[in-house]
Design a protein around this ligand. Structure first.
Ligand code: G1P
Ligand code: ZN
Length: 544
């Protein structure tokens, strides 16, 4: 096998964001663009010679081409083994599991998560470390540094190989193992949850579930778990076949993008339980009949009920949530007398806490929930957790939520996104907010008194590393919060996220719509940041 060194020049825009390098497909198709980044990943490995890596992605447009390029580069770089999902498919949580189960040295995941796919849409690549989780900032910084210095990359000249069949073959000195990750993943799920109980629950005449795979990666996983193992009818899964463009949809499981599912669940005779996951299978949305469970509430409810689930029956070491996620789980942690950590946005910040055994469950408001079983958030895991809980409690989802609020109070929550605004406008808005921070504490805004106003800074309790500028927080005396952040995953201009939260124990407010409860705070948030002035937008693009 001949290997070539190809001369190249750095691209200046290969700094990984919240979750890897995410760009339009067209950017990745530029000569040397993908190769430069992959070479930088290889050159950052502590031990490149003979390294064993997982490789796969969410099946979006350009997945297969990228995988073939990476195989050739791995062969030329002395990588020892690549474990590849059949047809190049690996959901993000399955990739995390594979890395851990087979004790690999890491993995390359090709995904732009919930961003749309297709020739004019997005692609992404990220590196996960031997613990199965997204690389920490010091590693992504090192990869970025390499991309700025790169002058050549190595690639083998060889016939393309067949990744559509499970099996092993040599590629020069590189061993390629094509595996069916669906089997490994479903075995892991069966080790965590009571599948017999769930199967009995699903067989009851009054139970009906609907799962929307959004033409994304979880289709094959859901078919094996829900149809083959748990006995659900075929029509319990919507949009089961993965498509390179997700059928033209936006594979983000939320009220806006999983419309058919939401409409079905909110219809008079709708199913008892509904759920969806995203492009790469790490996000989840949970619905009951005529009931939407916010991701922040979901984390709190799972935490409160964890000991009813086999995997967590001995209790939780602790929990963590990203800073913008509502404080609902904090209330539960307090009652359970377990620690609750607040981390910056992005799953990579949970890794150290999970590895150190400080936390068992964690989650983000952005439809991400997970546990120590892998080092990524896990969409189907969250769905199975809920099904296991429903099988134990035999109550409607809405009753479980209402009872939770009765016991712990309600952290009403919404997020407003202003997408694709001009970068300069977004930066000016943030600068102007930062300038106001010093003068806000003690001020009264509407009916709220400002208690603190700052930029969130995180010191990792395990390795002491510090992450600055992780979002602007305005906290009020009654526990309400407004948070502003610029997205680190968008690919067009900037996305401003405004997170609104208010806490109530008032019985009348437990039944009310969250948007209604948060109206006064929403008004303050737009005025304080002068959103219309800076962005010329009167309304958010998406409300979740
Ligand atoms: C978004 C979410 C964040 C999540 C990330 C990857 O990042 O807000 O919670 O971890 O996607 O799924 P953002 O675009 O806000 O930087
Ligand atoms: Zn995702």
């Amino acid at each position: 096998m001949q290997t070539n060194s190809i001369k190249t020049k750095p691209f200046k825009d290969q700094k990984p964001g919240t979750s890897g390098l995410r760009k339009p497909v067209k950017t990745f198709q530029k000569a040397h663009y993908l190769e430069n980044f992959v070479q930088a990943i290889f050159d950052t490995l502590p031990e490149k010679q003979g390294a064993k890596l997982a490789l796969g992605g969410d099946g979006r447009y350009y997945n297969r081409e990228a995988i073939l390029t990476i195989i050739h580069m791995a062969a030329a770089n002395g990588i020892g083994e690549l474990m590849i999902g059949k047809s190049g498919i690996l959901s993000t949580p399955a990739a995390s599991h594979i890395i851990r189960k087979y004790e690999l040295d890491g993995g390359i995941i090709l995904s732009a998560s919930h961003n749309p796919g297709g020739p004019d849409k997005d692609f992404g690549i990220k590196f996960n470390t031997p613990n199965g989780g997204p690389a920490a900032e010091k590693i992504t910084d090192a990869i970025y540094q390499k991309t700025l210095e790169i002058s050549e990359y190595k690639i083998a000249e060889a016939q393309p190989c067949n990744i559509d069949k499970v099996g092993e073959f040599q590629y020069g000195d590189l061993l390629v193992r094509v595996i069916d990750s669906v089997v490994d993943y479903s075995e892991l799920m069966q080790s965590l949850f009571d599948f017999n109980l769930i199967r009995d629950y699903l067989a009851r005449p009054d139970t009906q579930i609907l799962f929307d795979a959004m033409h994304a990666v979880t289709g094959p996983y859901a078919e094996m778990i829900f149809n083959d193992i748990l006995g659900c009818p075929k029509n319990a899964i919507l949009r089961a076949d993965p498509l390179p463009d997700f059928g033209g949809g936006h594979p983000d499981p939320n009220l806006a993008h999983a419309k058919q599912l939401v409409d079905t669940l909110f219809a008079d005779a709708g199913p008892t339980f509904g759920a969806a996951s995203d492009g790469d299978g790490d996000r989840n949305m949970i619905l009951g009949h005529q009931c939407f469970v916010t991701p922040s509430d979901s984390l709190a409810i799972l935490t409160a009920n964890a000991t009813q689930i086999p995997a967590y029956k001995n209790g939780l070491a602790g929990v963590a949530r990203s800073m913008p996620t509502s404080a609902a789980v904090d209330k539960v942690a307090e009652k359970l007398n377990i620690p609750c950590y607040e981390t910056p946005t992005g799953w990579k910040f949970f890794g150290n806490l999970l590895d150190a055994g400080k936390i068992t469950l964690c989650g983000e408001e952005s439809f991400g929930t997970g546990s120590s079983h892998v080092r990524e958030k896990d969409g189907l895991w969250a769905v199975l957790f809920w099904l296991n809980l429903l099988a134990v409690k035999k109550q409607p989802v809405s009753d479980i939520v209402q009872q939770h609020w009765q016991q712990f109070g309600r952290n009403a929550y919404v997020r407003h996104d202003y997408e694709a605004i001009e970068n300069d406008a977004a930066n000016s808005l943030v600068d102007s907010l930062i300038n106001q921070l010093g003068s806000l504490p003690g001020k009264r805004l509407g009916i709220y008194d400002v208690q603190y106003a700052d930029e969130f800074r995180y010191e990792d309790p395990i390795d002491g590393s510090i992450s600055e500028h992780q979002g602007i927080r305005i906290g009020f005396e009654d526990g309400s919060r407004i948070i502003y952040r610029l997205s680190g995953t968008g690919t067009q201009g900037a996305t401003l996220r405004v997170y609104l939260e208010t806490y109530t124990t008032d019985d009348n407010k437990l039944k009310k719509d969250a948007n209604e409860l948060l109206k006064p705070l929403a008004k303050i948030s737009t005025e304080l940041a002068q959103i219309e002035h800076f962005t010329q937008r009167e309304q958010p693009t998406v409300i979740t």
